[in-house]
Design a protein around this ligand. Structure first.
Ligand SMILES: C[S@@+](CC[C@H](N)C(=O)[O-])C[C@H]1O[C@@H](n2cnc3c(N)ncnc32)[C@H](O)[C@@H]1O
Length: 268
């Protein structure tokens, strides 16, 4: 920690779960920080990379229970910065994709606190790679749309016509609870009910679960599988490639981690 002056805040994308997906720059920032501010989606094995004397501050963000509000998180980052600390704000995925990193950067800018944004592997990219579902493909999809599918007052507010276009992959974040609405609205706006569809829980981790079906079937399949957040929904012809391109075996990762822990005596 510096004795005088304003500190610096790194807004670091931690990736979607697999700690190996943190960037080299992100790891440098994590190791340099006096204070670490992290939420639910940050992997425990990443936290172990911080300096032992670094202050660790959990700011929560369960779907229905926020430990701190977004305003309070912004105020916390500002306060730590004004105290002269080097802060690593570790965020799931990429800070600027449904991560509210923009609001945190604006708060820092408003208080004259220097900051750096380190991009991360967003859930769409990580899940795509680890499930063998390319987001674009010359034969199947020339556009890809990322949308937020959370349910508010029983409905989901999206541009359904834009999402129901052909040759397009649609990726929906935070869409588990709104899935029945999303499915019905897309069909109502012209997307074929038999459009290939997948929903992936805890992608890129040892707990990854993939449920595949059609757009019309997906709400039922997700309910039957009792999926829980975080989940990502992928819609479009590219989902068919999962059958041939899925290379990631979560159970192997689990076994490798268990062997790792047995060897080091650590738990994660
Ligand atoms: C608040 S958003 C943050 C997104 C993050 N900034 C990013 O770029 O991935 C949280 C949502 O991202 C998605 N998500 C994040 N990690 C995921 C994972 N490992 N598997 C599936 N979905 C994930 C889920 O839809 C989750 O509800």
């Amino acid at each position: 920690m510096r004795d005088t002056g304003v500190g610096r805040v790194y807004l670091v994308g931690a990736g979607p779960g697999d700690p190996g997906l943190l960037t080299v720059r992100g790891l440098q920032c994590l190791r340099e920080a006096d204070a670490l501010v992290y939420d639910r989606l940050a992997n425990d094995r990443l936290l172990a990379e911080a300096r032992p004397d670094a202050e660790r501050i959990y700011v929560g963000k369960e779907p229905d229970a926020h430990t701190l509000t977004q305003d309070e998180i912004c105020q916390l980052l500002v306060r730590l910065g004004l105290e002269g600390k080097t802060v690593c704000r570790l965020k799931g995925g990429d800070p600027y994709i449904f991560g509210r990193g923009g609001e945190e950067a604006e708060a820092l800018h408003a208080h004259g606190i220097p900051f750096e944004v380190v991009p991360g592997v967003t859930a769409a990219a990580g899940v795509s790679a680890y499930t063998g579902i390319p987001l674009t493909h010359r034969e199947h999809a020339s556009t890809c749309v990322l949308a937020a599918g959370y349910l508010r007052d029983g409905s989901v507010d999206l541009d359904w016509e834009a999402l129901a276009r052909p040759r397009q992959t649609v990726v929906i974040y935070m869409g588990l609870h709104g899935l029945p609405v999303v499915s019905a609205k897309l069909v109502e706006h012209g997307l074929a009910p038999d459009t290939p569809a997948a929903i992936v829980q805890q992608g890129t981790t040892a707990q990854q679960r993939v449920v595949v079906g059609t757009l019309a079937q997906l709400p039922r399949l997700a309910a039957e599988a009792a999926l829980r957040p975080p989940t990502l929904i992928l819609l479009g012809e590219v989902v068919r490639l999962h059958r041939t391109l899925a290379w990631f075996a979560p159970q192997r990762v689990g076994a490798a981690q268990a062997a790792d822990q047995a060897a080091t005596g650590s738990s994660s």
